[in-house]
Design a protein around this ligand. Structure first.
Ligand code: URP
Ligand code: ZN
Ligand code: ZN
Ligand code: ZN
Length: 495
């Protein structure tokens, strides 16, 4: 028989509300928010979790997390167990990973293989599918994936020869998802501009890690976002831009949303907290990620968009490479593994730099890091909320804890953190997953792998602030691509 849990004495923070309240949990689900001290009718033997002096938050939802990700010659070092262990230590209780097909593999096969791993995790996980090339089976695969609860589809406009999709493929995928059954989530950097910048960098300063910013300029991002917005608009398809690092790109998306397109911005913690001076310091390879860290003025301007509502979510873009991997080709960023470890530090660095230092309201912090990522992934309000009926994934957060980040104290499967030595205020102390106390007082007390693969429901576009289409929706006339195996020829597969 499961014992009820009462989380008592804390300040509950949801995305729309904060105040003193107790939480009553049964069978892994929030039953009620209670007036402090009230005893719920029918809760007999209850385990009491003392939350006095703590904020009580819905567990974080990380919408952008690469687990054991293979790109070129590199594979990031964690598995589901390691990644979710680090996640829960950092207050995140749901991760959304990517099923990136290997060459020759179908999106559906990649997704089925990756989702089977979710049960190794300490917390729940959802998945983004990925389309690299369109063929006459792709539309059916997307329909079948959506029916199976995998509704978000990752695409890349860069990384030629790896995961880059051409614009025909992006348009065809958006067309297939235009009804709102799913959504393209896209990495936007104009590949021609990136490759040209890399070529120029090579003939000037070099392409070593210290020159990372020269190789992927801000213009590559804004140009690509504008092009992809136009395609989405032509199809009336929702679109979500991952790891936007420039305020110009965020503003393009916000303007499209005002015009009636369901378009959303994700930013990631490192672009909001670190700047490009890191590339002039020791070991710039520790900071090599795409897009690169930006100048301090860009970071500050990007951060202001957290307050205005123009940024919808904050992810980590977690990629667990270690220093040996980062160092191996540090003389040439084109051969380096891109990405930074961050699933464990996402919430603490954003809380400290934005809530504590700049007064970001607590409900907005929860909206950006839990509620909205749950909405964009069709998981809300089961995840990202503490309202009755939600999964009892609960974080007790000490808002005053002062601590210094060091890789030795973290749990990610790597030997470094880009935040080494940084002083932060605020951190999770106790974390419940499905009503079970998994981390208590900073120690792992329940390591049972009870993670589940989460099936996405419809994407909550209205909850994300989309007001609906401004113009008549896209007609269903056939586009210049194939929806079915028997229709016109599809776009030429990328060479
Ligand atoms: O640098 C990054 N972001 N690496 C991971 C792959 C991607 O582009 O998200
Ligand atoms: Zn990316
Ligand atoms: Zn990524
Ligand atoms: Zn069609």
């Amino acid at each position: 028989m499961s014992v009820d849990v009462l989380v008592r004495g804390g300040t509950v923070v949801d995305s729309a509300w904060q105040g003193p309240a107790d939480l009553w949990i049964r069978d892994g689900v929030v039953q009620a928010l209670l007036r402090p001290g009230d005893r719920p009718d029918g809760a007999a033997a209850a385990r009491v979790v003392d939350a006095s002096g703590r904020l009580v938050l819905p567990g974080g939802v990380d919408p952008h997390c690469h687990v054991g990700f293979t790109s070129g010659e590199w594979t990031s070092l964690d598995d589901y167990r390691q990644c979710t262990t680090a996640a829960v230590f950092g207050g995140t209780t749901t991760i959304v990973d990517f099923a990136i097909p290997r060459p020759g593999q179908s999106p559906i096969d990649a997704a089925h293989r990756q989702r089977a791993k979710a049960t190794e995790g300490l917390c729940d996980a959802a998945l983004h599918a990925c389309v690299v090339e369109w063929d006459d089976t792709t539309a059916d695969q997307l329909r079948s994936l959506a029916a199976d609860g995998i509704r978000t589809v990752k695409m890349f406009t860069t990384y030629r020869g790896e995961t880059m999709a051409d614009e025909d493929t992006i348009l065809a995928t958006m067309h297939a998802l235009r009804g709102g059954d799913g959504m393209v989530v896209i990495h936007c950097e104009s590949n021609p501009i990136v490759e040209d910048a890399q070529h120029r960098a090579q003939t000037r300063g070099g392409v070593d890690a210290g020159h990372m910013p020269d190789t992927r300029p801000e213009l590559a991002e804004t140009a690509s976002v504008a092009a992809i917005l136009a395609i989405a608009e032509s199809q009336g398809a929702p679109v979500y831009f991952v790891h936007q690092s420039t305020p110009e790109a965020v503003e393009l998306v916000a303007a499209a949303r005002r015009r009636g397109l369901a378009a959303f911005t994700e930013s990631v913690a490192h672009h909001l907290v670190l700047d490009e001076t890191r590339y002039s310091g020791e070991e710039p390879e520790r900071f090599v990620c795409c897009p690169p860290l930006r100048p301090a003025a860009t970071v500050a301007a990007l951060g202001r968009h957290l307050f205005t509502g123009e940024i919808s979510t904050i992810g980590s873009d977690h990629c667990c490479y270690d220093l040996a991997q980062k160092r191996a080709h540090r003389h040439d960023v084109r051969q380096m593994p891109n990405g930074l470890p961050g699933v464990e530090t996402r919430l603490p660095v954003v809380f400290s730099r934005y809530v504590v230092d700049q007064g970001l309201p607590l409900p907005r912090f929860v909206e950006l890091t839990a509620a909205n990522p749950a909405r964009t992934n069709g998981l809300y309000p089961r995840k990202g909320s503490l309202m009755p009926g939600a999964d009892a994934d609960v974080v007790l957060w000490d808002p005053d804890a002062r601590w210094q980040v060091t890789a030795a104290d973290l749990h990610m499967a790597t030997d470094y953190t880009p935040y080494e030595g940084m002083w932060l205020t605020g951190r999770p102390t106790t974390v419940l997953v499905g009503g079970r106390v998994v981390v208590d007082d900073g120690r792992l007390v329940d390591d049972r792998p009870l993670g589940r693969h989460l099936q996405a429901g419809p994407i909550d576009l209205r909850g994300l602030g989309w007001l609906g289409p401004a113009a008549p929706a896209h007609s269903d006339a056939a586009p210049a691509h194939s929806d079915t195996a028997t229709a016109q020829p599809g776009p030429t597969p990328a060479g």
